[in-house]
Design a protein around this ligand. Structure first.
Ligand code: VGL
Ligand code: ZN
Length: 199
């Protein structure tokens, strides 16, 4: 069985100067580039929203970024417009190696957000990643990238729930930390059986 590296959303909008900048988000780039050499299979995800996406505060009247709204699938944080398909903000950080096996785009349906690389935020609609990993004989995953408390967390918890052996290397992740979301994410990942490491 193989071990894959999954690199979550290392895109310009999540790096300093971007629309939804994660503090020090760009620091993960050199570290991830080096890590890639140690894995037979490397996958990258790309947050990839249409303009006017329902997770954008600008798509709701009288709402500001970081407020919560009720969506048909549950509570959703509203974000500044970010990672709009085809824009420079949606592009990978220019120094990130992108010579991996697969680039998976997510969040491309207007009505539903997708933090996890496995399921959209209704926690039901699959992205197809599970089937890809299983058909390639991958049982072990190391997950890194941005943001620790949102897309890394949701991806890691879903992967563990699906039965993969999951490690998150926190030294190659950076978080947003909205109202304690970073500590809550560490707790959720640990509770799901994700191994958290600092290398
Ligand atoms: C993310 C918020 C909105 C992430 C994506 O990559 O963690 N966070 N869209
Ligand atoms: Zn997004």
């Amino acid at each position: 069985m193989s071990h894959a590296l999954i690199v979550i959303d290392v895109q310009n909008d999540f790096c300093p100067g971007g629309a939804l900048a994660v503090p020090n988000g760009d620091e993960v780039v050199p570290r991830i580039n080096t890590m890639m050499d140690a894995f037979e299979i490397v996958l990258l995800t790309q947050d990839w929203h249409p303009a006017g996406h329902s997770s954008f505060a600008t798509s709701h009247s009288d709402k500001s970024p970081y407020e919560l709204v009720d969506m048909p699938y549950g509570a959703q944080v509203l974000w500044p417009d970010h990672c709009v398909q085809g824009t420079d903000g949606a592009a990978f950080h220019p120094d990130l190696r992108t010579d991996g096996d697969l680039i998976l785009r997510k969040g491309f349906r207007s009505a539903i957000d997708s933090y996890s690389a496995f399921f959209e935020n209704d926690q039901k609609t699959p992205t197809g990643l599970e089937g890809y990993l299983r058909s390639r004989g991958i049982a072990d995953l190391t997950i890194v990238g941005l943001a620790t408390d949102f897309c890394v967390n949701y991806s890691a918890v879903d992967a563990a729930r699906l039965g993969f052996k999951v490690q998150v290397d926190l030294s190659a992740c950076r978080g947003i930390d909205l109202d304690g979301s970073l500590g809550a994410a560490h707790e959720a990942m640990r509770a799901a059986g994700v191994e958290l490491t600092q290398t």
